[in-house]
Design a protein around this ligand. Structure first.
Ligand code: ADP
Ligand code: MG
Length: 640
């Protein structure tokens, strides 16, 4: 038998007491009480099982396709459509067909169980949010670009410029006011609320099917604690819940340190499924255990005890007509190596220009500018730059006294890496001129140092100094320790035992359920189709009847199906009048873990065939032994 879930264990415990309702008699409990479980329609089924009843393929709906859609670039997207799991409505908008919905429901159920085990409490919030709630929150300016707006139709008003409603991309703006209204005392904390629901984001470039959609299913959770230590405990409980979830659904996700971005907050991990088609780079070293996403990754390139270089001489100006790139300055006649140049970039933060200084050989990691705290940030245009610095891009620098209007700047922020240059070359803020012998400490007008550069593979990792590696990953989950950013804005405070009031410490957590569905396919498929992990397979046993016109064949199929159901599997019977070749191709495409094949010829010989999806060749089994062997195979598979 497969392992019992918590839910079933609870039912088993309750089974000693007299049942109180008809509904309670059904489902797994009914199985325990010896009642056939096919009547289970009302109760939430056992873990990762959609309500019982084996399905007949001919009466069900699994529209498989030979060809992949033209817009599908990656294997999992092609298979989603070809195996009849989803259909596209528009860019980033998908219908879940019955098979896809079953997987989604199983993922949701496993997620629900792990969240509850981790102490979170399920609720359900509206998808349509009054815009004013968002206006009061801390990220309206940054988040409004990705939100769908809605107006109430038919109210007789013209279209207002500002939306009345927005569709929720996540729910901090809803849960925090709720908790403010409902929870006031330390006695009622900690609390962690979650939901599994649809999210809306107006992704500019929806892509790869469910991977980046405009409407998608997310589990989102929000924790509220009395202090930092308690908040860290909630965070770690969620991290553990995520690890169990991804393990159970058969996704090899790893937790990596992540940037907190627009969410704000103090620290964060992303869960990444390694895959070539991923949108994100994971920087890691498996020996030291260091793993961070590209936006967050740092290296030990600059030794902590590095002494600042002494000035190498007086600053000299030299003419560099037409030289406006790092590469051009590297070339003769100037021949200044890129790692001896200072690169000066100009950004606009909340309306004011600021400078970022890097080594000429380094690239800016834009997300790292998030640490500067500007809500809105973008590169400055050439027109914005000249009046402030006094030159066009290509001749810019941050040497004291050369900036035309230093008071206009919100700051000059330098990457730690420039300390390795010590004395270098930079633009003179005068078109066609550069300066040499520029000393970092003596000459540059730096407001603050920070980590702004993009790390490169091979650099020493910050944990142990071992070389960093890079690989692509799909972000399937994200956890943030938020701090008090939202609770302060919305006044979510509690009183302690001394009647003192404090803002609650929050955390927020998200798992892309629909993205995980596709990530599992991306990780687990072969040339013939999907290879579902047992736990989330839409059906776990496929009984393939090659001669469905024979009543004895269908009768045996039902018998085998019932045995598999009793062993805990969800069963699909392929009773279609199709050629064996078509049936086998479809079976491999939709990827059901165990296939039993019943043929007219085998029936005469008294055998059926059993084939795990991962195995090439089937095994012949005497009909008299098939129920036992199948039950064993189901038990093995469900425990793997
Ligand atoms: N457009 C999308 N389509 C599908 N899943 C998404 C999308 N955006 C986010 N997700 C999923 O929701 C999870 C939580 O989202 P979050 O971290 O808030 O998003 P982001 O990283 O895009 O800011 C992500 O880890 C990802 O799995
Ligand atoms: Mg994220």
């Amino acid at each position: 038998m497969r392992k019992r879930t918590n839910y079933e264990n609870d039912l088993r415990r309750q089974a000693g007491n007299p049942p109180t309702t008809v509904a309670m008699l059904m489902g797994p409990r009914a199985r325990i009480l010896g009642i056939p479980q096919q009547i289970n329609l009302l109760l939430r089924g056992p873990a990762a099982s959609v309500a019982g009843f084996m399905k007949l393929w001919s009466q069900y709906f699994i529209p498989t396709l030979k060809e992949s859609p033209a817009d599908a670039e990656i294997a999992s997207h092609k298979l989603l459509v070809r195996a009849g799991l989803v259909r596209k409505l528009g860019g980033g908008l998908y219908t879940y067909l019955p098979l896809g919905l079953r997987v989604l429901q199983k993922l949701s159920q496993i997620c629900r169980e792990e969240m509850e085990r981790g102490g979170a409490i399920e609720l359900w919030m509206p998808h349509v949010h009054p815009a004013e709630l968002w206006e009061q929150g801390p990220r309206w300016a940054a988040a409004r670009e990705i939100m769908f707006r809605a107006d109430s139709a038919g109210s007789g008003k013209g279209r207002s410029k500002e939306p009345e409603f927005v569709l929720g991309p996540t729910h901090e703006e809803v849960i925090t006011p709720l908790v403010k209204a409902e929870i006031t005392s330390y006695r009622d904390l900690p609390k962690n609320f979650f939901q599994i629901a649809t999210k809306f984001r107006n992704e500019i470039r929806p892509r790869y099917g469910l991977m980046r959609a405009k409407e998608f299913v997310m589990m989102d959770a929000y924790s509220f604690d009395v202090d930092d230590a308690a908040s860290v405990r909630s965070y770690l409980a969620m991290k553990a819940a995520y690890e169990s979830f991804f393990r159970r659904v058969g996704a090899q996700a790893i937790a990596v340190e992540a940037d907190t971005g627009v969410m704000g907050g103090s620290f964060s991990h992303e869960f990444m499924v390694p895959a070539e088609v991923g949108d994100d780079d994971v920087i890691y070293n498996e020996e030291s255990g260091y793993a961070a996403n590209r936006e967050k990754a740092t290296s030990a390139l600059v030794p902590p005890d590095l002494k600042d270089a002494a000035p190498a001489g007086a600053i000299e100006e030299f003419a560099t007509p037409g030289v406006v790139t790092i590469a051009a300055l590297e070339a003769p006649p100037h021949s200044v190596p890129a790692d001896q140049q200072f690169k000066t970039l100009v950004y606009i933060g909340d309306g004011k220009p600021f400078l970022v200084i890097l080594r000429g050989c380094d690239e800016l990691e834009e997300a790292k500018l998030g640490s500067l705290g500007f809500t809105l940030r973008r590169p400055a245009t050439a027109e914005e730059i000249e009046p402030v610095l006094g030159a066009k891009p290509g001749s810019l620098g941050a040497v004291k006294g050369t900036i035309r209007n230093p008071d206009a700047l919100a700051g000059v922020f330098a990457d730690h890496g420039i300390r390795l240059v010590g004395n270098g070359v930079t633009g003179a803020n005068k078109d066609g001129f550069h300066l040499r012998n520029v000393n970092v400490v003596r000459d540059l007008a730096i407001t603050a140092f920070g980590d702004f550069r993009r790390v490169r593979p091979g650099e020493p990792d910050p944990k142990s100094g071992q070389p960093l590696k890079v690989r692509r990953g799909i972000e399937v989950g994200h956890i943030f320790k938020l701090g008090t950013k939202y609770s302060e804005k919305y006044g979510a405070v509690y009183t302690d035992d001394q009647k003192q009031s404090h803002p609650m410490i929050m955390g927020c957590y998200g798992i892309g359920i629909s993205r995980t569905l596709q990530a599992v396919i991306e990780q687990s498929h072969d040339a013939d189709g999907i290879v579902w992990p047992w736990s989330v397979a839409p059906f776990q046993v496929l009984v393939c009847v090659l001669d469905p016109q024979l009543p004895e064949a269908m009768e045996l199929a039902r018998k085998i199906g019932t045995a598999a159901e009793s062993a805990g599997a969800d069963v699909l019977i392929d009773d279609r009048a199709e050629r064996p070749g078509v049936k086998f191709k479809d079976a491999d495409l939709i990827g059901i873990p165990l296939r039993v094949t019943i043929g007219g010829k085998g029936l005469k010989e008294g055998i059926v065939e059993l084939k795990p999806r991962r195995q090439k060749e089937p095994v012949k089994i005497p009909i008299g032994d098939v129920e036992r062997q199948l039950a064993e195979a189901v038990a093995r598979a469900s425990q793997a």
